[in-house]
Write a protein that binds this ligand. Structure first.
Ligand SMILES: [Zn+2]
Ligand SMILES: [Zn+2]
Length: 428
């Protein structure tokens, strides 16, 4: 390790002195503890040839030798294949060499390869005579965007069923069936490879064909642009680091030994990151001119629900819900942000004292409360103040002017009175 130390600095010296055996022994001990916990059934999010599940599988097949791959060993014992829905126990089966096959594979789409091949073809055919480094890098970056599904862990039988069905039908070489498509044409049973229904596989391909052909046309366009220097991508020169910031950068001498012991966040703070010289204006929330009123598009619910976490926030509230502070309806609390972004993000109160009856309240009321709290803390110079005790929902309701789908306007004079009252109450 000491040969990696690039400088004779004080840290490098300390590092060399502390690279002694006890530390390495601890790592080894930790590994043994984890393996022991898996074998004892205390950790079930990992597997392995001596896990309780593997012992059950070995007993069932009366075989003790496993052919187990990384994905099987390092995935949970209660995992089930998302395609055929079989458990690991149901998937396990004897192989031809008298072993138990325990293999899971990552099923992925081949569009990245299709794009690279199309790029090389366009390069050849266009006769472009200069290196297309940017174009080649663009092809690497964009390949995944053409995938028809996300990479997913499957049992080897499901992955094999994909290849078998493609051979059977004669699909184009870059096409792969997705999980939902594979499920349509397999007949799974325990401890055996899947049977394939050829007619159903052909139907799945017929349904997928149009979208596949569209992707291949788009790939052709991108590949042509990339190979003929008519694209949009500019790379950073490879002889310099684009973001030479500790924690993100690679190849900087000495970083390796610093990273062994020091985390980036505390390092930045210790180096003085938080030395801010300008004091933000904490009173702007009550003195600035209110934002212009916004309105919701008619199909707002479809736009909002296109983001899963927003769909969840929306459905968590009953249809007749109103913010207990500003009295706006559920729909009126949807925020229209910059660039037409929609958001709904309700907060929970402390559920005690003056807030006992408030379960969820809207993001805009929360923003007013937070801004008030920040100014109180800033004025008092301490952040231990319990603002929820001093400011109740009724106080907030008095200082806001609620408008649909827009942050609250503030009654500046009343807001100042409230602020002064809270600060006075704290001083007493
Ligand atoms: Zn499966
Ligand atoms: Zn509200």
């Amino acid at each position: 390790m000491s040969s990696d130390v690039p400088f004779g600095n004080r840290y490098a010296h300390w590092y060399t002195c502390n690279q002694t055996d006890p530390d390495r022994r601890l790592h080894e001990e930790a590994l043994q503890q984890v393996v022991g916990a898996v074998e004892a059934g205390e950790i079930t999010t990992l597997d392995g040839v001596r896990s309780p599940l593997s012992r059950r599988i070995a007993e069932h097949h009366r075989i003790n030798t496993f052919e187990m791959n990384y994905n099987w060993a390092c995935s949970p014992q209660d995992w089930a294949c998302p395609c055929c829905r079989r458990s690991k126990f149901q998937i396990s089966r004897p192989g031809a060499k008298g072993q138990i096959l325990a293999k899971l594979v990552i099923h992925h789409d081949h569009m990245g390869e299709a794009l690279r091949t199309a790029f090389l073809k366009e390069f050849r055919e266009s006769g472009t005579n200069t290196a297309q480094i940017d174009g080649s890098r663009l092809v690497d970056r964009i390949g995944k965007a053409f995938a028809a599904y996300e990479e997913v862990l499957l049992c080897e039988d499901c992955n094999n069923a994909d290849s078998k069905a493609k051979n059977l039908i004669g699909t184009p070489s870059y096409f792969s069936f997705s999980v939902n498509q594979i499920r349509e044409f397999i007949q799974p049973s325990d401890h055996r490879p899947h049977e394939i229904d050829g007619a159903k596989a052909r139907r799945a391909w017929d349904l997928a064909k149009a979208a596949y052909e569209l992707r291949m046309r788009l790939i052709g366009e991108v590949a042509r642009a990339a190979a003929t220097d008519s694209h949009w991508f500019e790379i950073h020169p490879s002889d310099s680091c684009a973001i030479p910031v500790f924690g993100d950068r690679k190849g900087f001498p000495g970083d390796f030994i610093i990273e062994q012991w020091v985390y980036p966040e505390p390092l930045a703070i210790a180096l003085g990151r938080n030395t801010s010289v300008t004091t933000p204006n904490f009173s702007r929330w009550r003195t600035d001119k209110p934002q212009k009123a916004k309105s919701l598009p008619q199909n707002f619910l479809a736009i909002l629900s296109s983001q899963e976490h927003q769909a969840k926030s929306w459905s968590e509230l009953p249809p007749d819900w109103h913010c207990p502070i500003c009295r706006r309806s559920k729909q009126e609390t949807v925020e229209v942000g910059t660039g037409g972004k929609l958001g709904i993000n309700h907060k929970g109160g402390p559920r005690k004292g003056r807030w006992a009856s408030v379960n969820r309240f809207c993001n805009h009321c929360f923003a007013v409360f937070s801004a008030l709290k920040r100014e109180v803390v800033q004025t008092l110079g301490v952040d231990s103040h319990d603002t929820h005790a001093a400011v109740g929902p009724d106080d907030l309701a008095k200082i806001i002017i609620a408008r649909p789908n827009t942050p609250h306007a503030i009654r500046g004079d009343l807001a100042l009175q409230l602020l002064e009252r809270v600060i006075e109450a704290h001083k007493r």
